[in-house]
Design a binder for this molecule. Structure first.
Ligand SMILES: [Fe+2]
Length: 407
């Protein structure tokens, strides 16, 4: 047996840690900082503290705070042109996965020839970039911890997945306080993304004893706290989800993912469904398909991590209980169905062909045929629509719908 494990990012985790951003930059001799963020982060006031502290420390800043969801390639070209002319010593990305992935992409293009599409694949980035500090404001993609950057290729209706060397952030400053005011529907979708990372990494055919020792803890931390974080924004629950998300990121960065992500990515590429939401829509049904190929001991470990040990009689009942629990969690989080999320049924055939080509497919435990992928999408379309008026805060259903339309 042979295994490889890498974690090139220095992770710093703790409440209030984002306030250490300027001192950490100073320790590294940084004078010119290029900041990558988006309007949601800015409007939430999460840029104010970091910008003020860097300015107070005498650093020169150039800021791009207009990153679009799903980080489209033409925007990466635009931002990296701005970064090239500013010529920073360091990149600081503050935001969710799209902002941090954009920071990674811009950093790649500071040291390697454009366009970014040249690096769609595994280990294609030759030269290391500059110091990149990633400050996540959601607990979902774990981009701050991974060797992955996902960039949208809107022309070809697909997501490019850059994976491997010279992509990751240098330092992840993980401060759970930055997620304390996250809207409930984003808490739900991003949390389900993180849970999918933990489960898919654990059942991946490329998992190792190292990732296997971490992933169940991630499943337990995320699944055990997501409803509490969603319903009342409980800060302890958010801390634990942030930790689970970090652990999940370490796992999937090494073990890869599986078929849930393979079906989710084309929903983003063809129909602009946000990444976390697409995974949340797929996880229960797709895991039910994959379970027959998951080793019995792993099924039992996932069942325990989800708190289902008492309900389980044998491994096949454990698999059923896991999928029922995931379906129930999805319902309680008011995740819309695939049709409510705006996916066009006529795209099933194109999405299925793309799903088979996804970077996550080779490591999925049960390899599907094209017809089986189509049947999985059909199964998702057969789901009864959910009552989204039950969303906890007024305006969340509308917010979700506009996110779906806009992205
Ligand atoms: Fe993901």
């Amino acid at each position: 047996m042979q295994y490889m494990f890498t974690m090139p990012t220095l992770a710093q985790f703790g409440r209030g840690l984002s306030r250490q951003l300027a001192p950490i930059l100073q320790e590294n001799g940084i004078k010119r900082v290029f900041v990558v963020s988006d309007q949601g982060v800015k409007k939430a006031g999460l840029l104010d503290g970091p910008l003020k502290s860097m300015q107070a420390a005498g650093m020169e800043l150039d800021i791009f705070d207009q990153i679009r969801a799903n980080a489209p390639a033409p925007q990466i070209a635009e931002v990296s042109a701005q970064a090239h002319s500013f010529n920073p010593d360091a990149i600081v990305s503050i935001g969710g996965g799209s902002c941090i992935d954009s920071g990674k992409a811009v950093n790649i293009l500071l040291a390697n020839p454009a366009p970014i599409s040249r690096y769609d694949g595994v280990n294609l980035v030759k030269n290391p970039g500059r110091l990149h500090i990633a400050v996540p404001t959601t607990a979902g993609t774990s981009s701050e911890m991974t060797v992955v950057a996902v960039i949208s290729d809107e022309k070809n209706a697909k997501k490019m997945v850059l994976f491997g060397k010279n992509i990751s952030a240098s330092i992840a400053l993980i401060d759970p306080e930055l997620t304390y005011n996250l809207p409930a529907h984003i808490t739900a979708a991003t949390g389900m993304d993180a849970l999918t990372h933990a489960i898919e990494a654990y059942v991946s055919t490329a998992s190792s004893p190292l990732t296997d020792s971490i992933a169940p803890q991630a499943v337990s931390l995320i699944a055990g706290n997501l409803l509490s974080a969603y319903k009342d924004g409980n800060t302890e629950a958010r801390d634990k989800i942030m930790l689970g998300c970090m652990l999940a990121g370490v796992c999937f960065s090494n073990a890869g993912l599986g078929l849930v992500h393979s079906l989710a990515q084309p929903m983003g590429g063809h129909c602009h469904v946000p990444h976390g939401l697409a995974n949340a829509i797929c996880i229960a049904r797709v895991m039910a398909y994959s379970m027959p190929a998951v080793p019995e001991h792993k099924i039992n470990v996932i069942a325990s991590a989800l708190g289902l040990a008492d309900k389980v009689k044998n491994s096949s009942s454990a698999a059923q209980e896991i999928c029922a629990a995931l379906e129930e969690l999805t319902r309680l989080l008011h995740i819309p169905t695939i049709s409510q999320a705006g996916v066009d049924r006529n795209k099933i055939s194109a999405m299925s062909a793309d799903a088979l080509k996804e970077i996550s497919t080779p490591t999925t435990p049960r390899m599907p045929t094209l017809e089986e992928v189509e049947a999985l999408y059909e199964d998702l379309f057969a789901q009864k629509e959910r009552d989204l008026s039950l969303l906890r805060q007024p305006g969340e259903a509308a917010g979700l719908a506009s996110r779906v339309r806009k992205h």
